[in-house]
Design a protein around this ligand. Structure first.
Ligand SMILES: [Zn+2]
Length: 223
């Protein structure tokens, strides 16, 4: 019955007080629909300036970037690593589409999309990811219930910082600074050709200077 990014059961904000930065690595050969790139400048900014973040990793992206994955995994005091799906599909039980992406088309395909990468990441990390975001962040409410039944919390957002890494630096910086205590901010770190880093390198220090605290999704209070 529901189809979108704010479906019942998707966590779109926390009780705060911190802001949760969530950055996705979408994966796939086509940069216009994901891409296996690495925004090294953005990762360096987070690590060097100690900005906690939750990073949602797609299986295709991990397979193409194992040394980067290993670097992220070595910084789990700063980063929560979440599951961003196996083929980066919107989660539908009836084959709905989000943007130009074909969603999964059955309960079985939902299971495979979640658990393919879940098992892959669990083997690499030695522990199971606890948080999930679909490719495109779209779901139907049956898929949301399946994700929860599989022991994962579906994480959405209330602040879209970079519009899929298509926004200008100025727009990214302005969007990010709309975050309030408890906001979950979404951006991307697989599109270095975009301006996500250029916007966040302005916004994050400005927010911190105003007293905003940042935290991993596991360190904020989720209703
Ligand atoms: Zn994605």
């Amino acid at each position: 019955m529901q189809w979108g990014t704010t479906v019942t059961g998707v966590v779109t904000h926390s009780a705060g007080p911190a802001v949760a930065l969530t950055l996705d690595a979408c994966g796939g050969p086509n940069p216009g629909r994901g891409g296996n790139g690495v925004d090294t400048e953005l990762i360096d900014l987070l690590i060097n300036e100690r900005y906690p973040a939750t990073l949602f990793l797609n299986q295709k992206w991990i397979r193409n970037n194992r040394p980067v994955f290993d670097r992220l995994a070595a910084n789990q005091d700063l980063f929560t690593l979440g599951n961003h799906g196996t083929r980066h599909a919107p989660l539908s039980v009836s084959g709905k589409m989000a943007y130009t992406e074909h969603g999964t088309a059955s309960v079985g395909e939902v299971y495979d999309e979640v658990m393919g990468n879940q098992q892959f990441m669990t083997e690499l990390l030695g522990h199971a990811p606890r948080f999930f975001r679909t490719g495109t962040a779209w779901y139907d409410e049956v898929a949301v219930e399946i994700v929860r039944t599989l022991g994962l919390l579906p994480i959405g957002f209330d602040i879209n910082a970079d519009f899929g890494a298509t926004a200008s630096a100025k727009v990214v910086a302005a969007n990010a600074q709309k975050a309030k205590p408890g906001s979950i901010l979404i951006g991307h770190f697989n599109r270095p050709e975009g301006s996500t880093f250029e916007g966040l390198k302005v916004a994050l220090p400005a927010m911190r200077a105003k007293g905003v605290r940042f935290a991993r999704i596991e360190d904020v209070s989720i209703a």
